[in-house]
Design a protein around this ligand. Structure first.
Ligand SMILES: [Zn+2]
Length: 164
């Protein structure tokens, strides 16, 4: 029988935590000897907010996916929603597909910054885009805008992919 993991504990994240533990030996995750800030860097202290952040990212991500879906739905003309696809309408549908799909968030193992994993439509390409982690306070203030902010960042990265 497979052990049941909480929802945030994806295989990648579990692997990351194991690696982090092995690398740090349970001590400073940044490899400082001596550590300048044990309460922030020592493994058991470090992973607590990290996991909290993963959980927050997951719900943020879900909310964002839902918003995108809603917005896409509103942009599709009525007759398409009813299922009459002619070739012109299908082109229009293609033009309306989002420029990327957010698949989730992860932590950059080298810089410890948050990264978004995005899929480019019509390709098998995935991009990892560094997205700065907002402080709790800033996050609260930006609650209504952070989706737009993040969207602009991801969109720019996807644009770079196509043009660069
Ligand atoms: Zn340290």
């Amino acid at each position: 029988m497979k052990p049941a993991f909480p929802k945030w504990a994806t295989p990648e994240r579990r692997r990351y935590l194991v690696e982090l533990f092995e690398r740090s030996g349970g001590f400073c995750v940044r490899g400082e000897r001596p550590c300048t800030s044990p309460l922030e860097h020592h493994y058991s202290w470090y992973i607590e907010p990290l996991i909290a952040d993963w959980k927050a990212s997951d719900s943020e991500d879900q909310r964002w996916a839902w918003l995108l879906e809603q917005r896409a739905m509103h942009r599709i003309p009525e007759k398409l929603r009813r299922g009459r696809f002619d070739s012109v309408a299908q082109d229009a549908f293609g033009a309306r597909q989002p420029s990327y799909y957010t698949e989730g968030f992860t932590v950059n193992a080298f810089t410890f910054t948050r990264m978004a994993k995005v899929r480019i439509p019509s390709t098998h390409m995935r991009l990892f885009v560094d997205v700065p982690k907002l402080s709790k306070n800033k996050r609260r203030k930006l609650k209504r805008y952070q989706g737009i902010d993040l969207h602009a960042q991801l969109q720019a990265a996807v644009q770079d992919f196509w043009t660069g």
